[in-house]
Write a new protein. Structure first.
Length: 85
């Protein structure tokens, strides 16, 4: 895994952990936010809003259902920001 990808994943993990009120190391790349951390739609929207603010991007609401774990969030954000990790 590239250093840039690792850094981006860590940043996203911090955001998600803060919103879900868990420790960052509890957030795995493929663990479901809903099943493992009881995330609801309000928390999902909060995660989306924080990511948009941090990276100054606009993520369509239609992407929200796909953003169910850290890897999926990373993929959506990478697509929007043009990260070439």
């Amino acid at each position: 895994m590239s250093e840039a990808r690792e850094q981006h994943l860590d940043e996203l993990r911090e955001i998600v952990a803060e919103v879900l009120e868990v420790e960052p190391d509890e957030i795995t790349e493929t663990g479901s936010f809903v099943e493992e951390h009881e995330a609801d739609s309000l928390r999902a929207i909060e995660i989306l809003a924080r990511i948009e603010k941090k990276y100054k991007i606009d993520i369509p609401q239609s992407e929200l259902p796909q953003m169910e774990n850290l890897k999926a969030v990373y993929d959506v954000v990478a697509n929007q920001t043009g990260w070439q990790d």
